[in-house]
Ligand binder design. Structure first.
Ligand SMILES: [Cu+2]
Length: 480
């Protein structure tokens, strides 16, 4: 496992020419150039999260796991852009933990990465995160220690737009997940088996059937359950509205090793945002949500009962929710709406909305991140190195930075950048979508541009929980 013990690594603090003095200066850098004006009149939105061992009913299966409190997903954290948010993490876990605010460009010391931005939080020693909510959108939070987030340690975080035009009548947030914890094993034991080469012998076969959409292997782990808002398809969550109402559906993939193909039976999906940021609206039948990615879609609801399906792409099984605007029976757990095989969203069809375009510049610095490694041995690398034996990539404040993620492996990787939102550059298009997580298919290179406007030590890593834990992570290191 790449994540160390609970001691705070001085090496990380000092990595890449940074200094303790520079860390001290970070407080002054809290409001980055892109941060909205604070609303000093508003008191901080205060929450307490309690990571703890608990028993959860998943709608049929009951499991012993770790979660924030006793709900899955964890509590919704919500505020308006410009608000301060204060979250006290009071752990009851038998292991150290941290919380990462996925997609939010918070001050570096609040980013929740063990050994990089803070020591792990121990039971009995609460830690308070406080930050300004930057851009509006759909975000989420999760543990950043080892494979803890492949237990139940995740939840949604929504930032409202003070200028939201309110074009929809109802709003639903769905969090999809692959589930194995408490079903006779734990994510830590799954990782141990992968690292000992023993996953091949586990029941059901390891690789599943594969996925043309994902370029081959669909994952390393076979999961017994797929969940939508913490429920197995035998007991799905219902979303109720009236016919002809406009719904905004916010989708978050909290999965450890599974991308989901999402569709709503009887409806098309108008995609309005990805990873928090607006896109030029595009209407599709289905989309694939990689681990860590988010999409917001708008739907004008028909009259009846409709399955909201998230198929485990390239695997066997699905998560299910039910949209209800009229009378009718709950769809069967294995329902397969035809929209799953209709027009699918792809990155080439996504363009940043006019106000969200990151103007292209000649990069001041370009870094190549070669994604390598594989199953035997179970080791995943960036530029040939497995974290924490990585080589940090230097940047300087104010630079226009280009990251080129090149996938030389036989498996896809959803890569995630902390502390910044990049523009995905495609060919000569100047309007690539703004994202913080993007799938890199086998053999593919993606180009992610960002402005270095948030000083600190920021990790970038594969959002497959097992690849991340087996080394596919490095640090974007601001130089003093
Ligand atoms: Cu990966």
């Amino acid at each position: 496992m790449s994540v160390g013990n609970s001691s705070f690594s001085r090496r990380r603090l000092l990595a890449g020419g940074g200094s303790l003095a520079a860390l001290g200066a970070l407080a002054a850098c809290g409001a980055t150039a892109s941060a909205p004006p604070r609303r000093p009149e508003a008191p901080p939105r205060s929450y307490t999260l309690t990571p703890q061992p608990t028993r959860l009913d998943l709608g049929g299966p009951a499991v012993q796991t770790w979660a924030f409190g006793d709900t899955l997903p964890g509590p919704l954290l919500r505020g308006t852009a410009g608000d301060r948010m204060r979250v006290t993490v009071a752990s009851r876990l038998p292991a150290g933990t941290t919380v990462h605010w996925h997609g939010l460009p918070v001050v570096n010391a609040m980013d929740g990465v063990p050994d990089v931005t803070q020591p792990q939080i121990a039971a009995g020693t609460p830690f308070t995160y406080e930050f300004t909510l930057p851009d509006p959108g759909t975000y989420w939070y999760h543990s950043h220690v080892g494979v803890q987030r492949d237990r139940g340690l995740y939840g949604p975080l929504i930032i409202d737009d003070p200028h939201e035009p309110g074009r929809y009548d109802v709003e639903w947030t769905i969090v999809v997940d692959d589930w194995i914890d408490g079903t006779g094993t734990t994510p830590d034991r799954v990782l141990q088996r992968l690292e000992s080469g023993g996953m091949m012998m586990s029941g059901g076969g390891m690789m599943g059937k594969g996925s043309p959409v994902l370029g081959g292997d669909a994952g390393d782990v076979t999961y017994p359950y797929y969940l939508l808002n913490g429920r197995a398809p035998a007991a799905p969550v219902s979303f109720t509205a009236k016919p002809r109402q406009k719904a905004r559906i916010r989708m978050i993939n909290a999965g450890g090793d599974t991308s989901f193909r999402v569709a709503l039976g009887g409806h098309r999906l108008t995609v309005t945002h990805t990873d928090g940021y607006p896109v030029a609206p595009v209407t599709v039948d289905t989309l694939v949500l990689g681990m860590g990615e988010r999409y917001d879609v708008e739907v004008t609801l028909a009259d009846g009962v409709f399955p909201l399906v998230a198929v485990a792409e390239g695997k066997t099984g699905q998560a299910l929710g039910v949209v209800r605007t009229g009378a009718g029976a709950v769809p069967p757990a294995n329902v397969r709406p035809a929209e799953l095989d209709g027009r699918m969203l792809d990155y080439a069809g996504l363009h940043a909305a006019s106000g969200a375009v990151l103007p292209a510049r000649t990069p001041d610095v370009t870094h190549d991140l070669v994604l390598g490694g594989g199953m035997m041995p179970y080791r995943w690398t960036i530029n040939g190195r497995a974290y924490p034996d990585d080589q940090p990539l230097p940047v300087r404040q104010g630079q226009y930075v280009r990251l080129r993620y090149r996938n030389t492996t036989a498996m896809y990787h959803p890569v995630h950048l902390h502390g910044h939102t990049f523009a995905l550059r495609q060919g000569n298009s100047p309007t690539g979508p703004r994202k913080d997580t993007a799938i890199v298919l086998p053999g593919q290179t993606i180009v992610a541009d960002f402005v270095a406007d948030n000083p600190g030590q920021w990790v970038t890593h594969c959002h497959n929980a097992y690849h991340d834990a087996a080394g596919m992570m490095t640090v974007i290191s601001y130089q003093a």
